[in-house]
Design a protein around this ligand. Sequence first.
Ligand code: ADP
Ligand code: SF4
Ligand code: MG
Length: 340
Amino acid sequence: MADVLLKVENLTKQYAGEHKTSPIRAVADVSFEVMRGEVFSIVGESGCGKTTLGRCIARGLEASSGRVLYTPEDGAAADFLTADRASFRRLRKDIQLIFQDPYSSLNPRMTVFDIIGEPLRANFKLTRRELEERVRTIAEKTGLNPQYLRRYPHAFSGGQRQRIGIARALVTEPKLVICDEAVSALDVSIQAQIINLLKDLQEQLQMTYIFISHDLSVVEHLSDRVAVMYLGRIVELAPKGELFARPLHPYTESLLSSVPVPDPSGKRERILLEGEVPNPASPPAGCPFHPRCRFRTERCSVEAPELRETVAGRLAACHYAEELELEGVQHGVSGHTAIG
Ligand SMILES: Nc1ncnc2c1ncn2[C@@H]1O[C@H](COP(=O)(O)OP(=O)(O)O)[C@@H](O)[C@H]1O
Ligand code: SF4
Ligand SMILES: [Mg+2]
């Protein structure tokens, strides 16, 4: 039996629509499992529901329905969403979020030491010495000079602020870390450094990641498996290498075609998506992707494809997943992976 850390079952989050509009199903009946020690990535265009999904899992937002079964190392699986106060407090320490914005998420009036130490103070009874020791250790691990700990966040660059955010999230030694666009606000060169840091720490501290990004090239280096979301649904889920080499859903193919790869032949064509992301308050009938799909048939506009196993270990929500020969990218050649 594979060691499942988190089992998300039929998670749905509906936002009330604005005046007279239908409600928005930002996350629509999403199910997947995350294995202990894996990096599970979630990708898709802006607005497809990634942040909503991540926040519902961490109970930062209340899901409309569904379950999130979390299995602690020394215990039985429990639904994190309906856990009572005491068990929620206990489980909450195991799950942390790292956000996108390294500018607004750090309190400007607190020193870096206090920012990083705050979750420890809130959750553990430690002596001053123990607290200092743990803050110093995580600061070193995240590449922050301990001499800077007395300073305030404004003294730091974007990349260093993101290191502070990471140190704060990891200081309590969580088991599951949800990284929501954790590098998206950073320059490409700094992105690579932070991705490397996150990957190193994940191995060192034996954590499990749910890594969220709108950019497939960002997730390539560190993912084990990748789920692709469209309009609140998972449309494809596969081990990273297989997904990049041979996507099974036309939406994945179009996302991959915008991943930068060196192409000396100049033959590679970018598959442009037709049209805009539909309004999630009134998703298209049939396959939600059909208005933008270059392979659509009559059937696609009336019959919604199930997310189903098409090849062993791979899921896709397309009627024609087995027949289409879609273009991937060669693994390990995207612009973001040349990391020193
Ligand atoms: N508080 C909210 N109220 C109403 N709609 C929201 C709210 N937050 C997000 N949405 C809508 O839910 C959808 C998914 O948003 P989000 O989860 O932020 O997507 P992503 O992180 O993939 O960009 C979008 O259509 C967005 O406009
Ligand atoms: S079901 Fe039809 S519209 Fe949807 S992705 Fe497959 S081919 Fe395209
Ligand atoms: Mg988001």
